[in-house]
Write a protein that binds this ligand. Structure first.
Ligand code: PMP
Length: 316
């Protein structure tokens, strides 16, 4: 279970968490016209340091989602990272945490109609001290009866709050039918991703993932794993459309995302993936990813933002 944060960045400053509330008339609360991010902080006990993973990339994507929503967010990526550092130091987390930045239309005026223009925007950020992880074993997934949102309806590459109705429908119907998760087809009939995670399959030693124009969220973990597979594990990666039945024939499959990390899939509906065990490439990649995000691989330390100063670490 997650604990509550003690503070939040809200309306331009850090306030007690209970004060970070919006009105029932808030435009984003009513129409889903916000955008959010999900970022992880990893506690490295050896170095007594909290590392935030790929913070620039996450904030860049947040600002891009804001652009789609015609938001005027004046913070730069660097300023957002500084605000986050400040917030995390105030929380004083010495454990893994999950960070939620959210940009939203802050007006409380329903009379003006549903729109994106001529409404002020704001930013809030809060961080939870821990997050539920995917289960340890392999996931049992199904294909969803829902279709993934389409770029020409609700842009899938934006992390738009209202778009998560699609994810929630996909997830709940899968879980209530007894599965852990569902894969969802896009309107072309190709496999896009899961409810809140991207998909990779391995066929004959080649890793395959849907391209960025397959109505997937352009996942930062996805991008990370493409690089790690190619550069560290010497595995060829192909970004191309994935057919429905290719998943049945995959030797290995896994989901990935900030929250999912690398989550192996071992069963799809009534068929095992490969031999039904977690695959070798998946295991290697999962271990490597956890080393990278925790700061144990020198080459990729540039992806990590340390939260505490040297003096703070010494003080403990
Ligand atoms: N797809 C969707 C729909 C998501 O919500 C997420 C989680 N942000 C992902 C994929 C994975 O993206 P990332 O690796 O950037 O967390």
């Amino acid at each position: 279970m997650m604990d509550h944060p003690r503070n939040a960045f809200f309306q331009g400053r850090i306030v007690p968490f209970a004060e970070a509330t919006v009105s029932v008339m808030n435009v984003t609360f009513n129409y889903g016209t916000g955008a959010f991010g999900g970022i992880r902080g990893y506690w490295n006990a050896d170095e007594e340091q909290l590392f935030v993973f790929r913070v620039q990339d996450h904030f860049e994507r947040l600002l891009q989602s804001g652009k789609i929503l015609r938001m005027n967010i004046t913070y730069t990526v660097e300023e957002l990272a500084a605000i986050l550092t400040d917030l995390l130091r105030t929380e004083g987390y010495r454990q893994n945490c999950y960070i939620r930045p959210l940009i939203y239309k802050s007006a409380n005026e329903i009379g003006g109609g549903v729109r994106l223009h001529d409404i002020e925007d704001d930013l809030t950020i809060f961080a939870l001290p821990s997050i539920r992880l995917h289960q340890q074993g392999g996931l049992h997934v199904c294909f969803s009866a829902w279709r993934r949102i389409d770029d020409n309806a609700i842009p899938a590459r934006g992390k738009v709050t209202g778009a998560y109705v699609n994810s929630a429908l996909i997830k709940s119907d899968a879980v209530l039918a007894g599965y852990d998760e569902a894969l969802v087809l896009n309107n072309d009939g190709h496999v896009s991703e899961a409810s809140v995670a991207n998909l990779f399959i391995i066929r004959k030693g080649v890793a395959i993932t849907a391209p960025v124009n397959a109505n997937v969220l352009e996942g930062i973990t996805r991008r990370t794993l493409i690089q790690l597979l190619r550069e560290e594990l010497n595995v060829e990666v192909v970004e191309r459309d994935i057919d429905h039945t290719e998943v049945y024939l995959a030797d290995e499959a896994f989901l990935c995302g900030t929250s999912a990390q690398v989550s192996p899939i071992t069963r799809i509906e009534h068929r095992p993936i490969g031999d039904g065990q977690i695959g070798d490439i998946t295991v290697q990649l999962r271990d490597l990813y956890l080393d990278v995000v925790s700061g144990r691989v020198e080459k990729y330390r540039e992806w990590l933002m340390p939260v505490y100063t040297a003096e703070a670490i010494q003080r403990g």
